[in-house]
Design a binder for this molecule. Structure first.
Ligand SMILES: Cc1cc2nc3c(=O)[nH]c(=O)nc-3n(C[C@H](O)[C@H](O)[C@H](O)COP(=O)(O)O)c2cc1C
Length: 305
């Protein structure tokens, strides 16, 4: 998730049972123009799990060129993912993100061109289509598979739906049976039950945890543990949430420094206390008063169990 899943966030999440990580989306032109902020996304070291770089762009040649640049900047990249689902106008008006869904042939050409410059696995993140009148994910999947894609992640909403409303898993019924590469499904994975349902409907190999993991890292453990053992683990306690909220704060500080990390953390830390009764004041304070690690500790210490 752009603006959220920095290396500090990913390092914190991995021990909870993550199978693979992807960077925030990285602009192909940002890499080509050697933009410092863009290059920062490539600054990660070898992790306990494979980490992919997600690129966005629309021109096959530039995407391939930026792949080569990324490989020079970091030799810990496990795979490349191409963003074909971002709905944000700043991205779609350039022809990138979910605009690519309108041109399945181009989607295939992009993968072909990137595969010319690397032997690493290439994946793509797509949506159902641009809007409810142009639901064309099967066509896009077909073109991606013809081009040699290694796995596909699909967010079960159209571009027009952005991030709201229920995802349409019904449209993805038995999708995996119609495909030749591993499938990862995304959309409203907020609980273990959501993950079980999404996997059972679609036959996917994996779910992608996005907003549901913010402030609830143990969701990853619950999902991972269930699919390995069949056992459902109980939800975390308030004491565990406090501990993890501090740990993620520290992990962000390790990467961004204290002041920038805590500014970012104001939108993430309150989520650790969603659904806990009496947490309204804590959430408001975390959203407004975080300036350094001491203020984080002070707010969390004021919680009465
Ligand atoms: C703040 C935010 C940033 C996101 N950034 C990206 C991104 O950079 N690349 C991407 O493929 N998806 C991105 N997504 C989409 C998520 O990966 C996911 O597909 C989507 O949120 C649906 O899952 P959810 O309903 O469980 O959150 C983003 C979502 C959010 C909320």
């Amino acid at each position: 998730m752009a603006g959220i899943t920095s290396v500090g966030y990913r390092n914190f999440m991995v021990p909870f049972g993550v199978s693979a990580c992807v960077t925030e989306m990285v602009s192909d032109m940002g890499l080509i123009y050697e933009n410092d902020e863009t290059k920062e996304y490539l600054n990660f070291s070898n992790n306990a799990v494979p980490t992919g770089v997600q690129l966005f762009g629309h021109d096959p040649t530039n995407l391939a060129k930026s792949t080569q640049i990324a490989l020079k900047l970091n030799n810990n990249i496990a795979f490349f993912d191409v963003n074909m689902g971002c709905p944000v106008p700043k991205v779609t008006k350039t022809g990138a993100g979910s605009t690519l869904m309108n041109n399945p042939i181009l989607c295939g050409d992009i993968i072909r061109e990137i595969k010319k410059v690397t032997n690493l696995p290439i994946t793509a993140k797509i949506r159902l289509g641009w809007d409810d009148k142009s639901v064309n994910f099967l066509e896009v999947i077909n073109e991606l598979e013809k081009a040699g894609i290694d796995a596909i992640a699909i967010h079960a909403r159209t571009r027009s739906e952005l991030y709201s409303g229920s995802p349409h898993y019904d449209l993805l019924k038995d999708l995996r049976k119609r495909m030749h590469v591993p499938l990862i499904v995304s959309g409203n994975i907020f609980s273990l039950e959501d993950a079980i349902e999404a996997i059972s409907v679609t036959g996917a190999e994996a779910v992608m945890v996005a907003r549901g993991g913010m402030g609830n890292p143990f969701l990853i453990t619950q999902i991972d543990h269930y699919f390995k053992t069949g056992e459902k683990l109980p939800d975390p306690t308030m004491a565990e949430q406090v501990k993890w909220c501090l740990e993620l704060g520290q992990s962000l500080i390790n990467f961004f420094g204290e002041s920038r990390a805590m500014r970012i953390y104001r939108s993430i830390a309150p989520k650790f206390f969603s659904g806990f009764s009496g947490a309204k004041t804590i959430k408001t304070r975390l959203a407004t008063e975080l300036i350094d690690f001491d203020s984080l500790k002070a707010i969390l210490q004021s919680i009465e169990f």
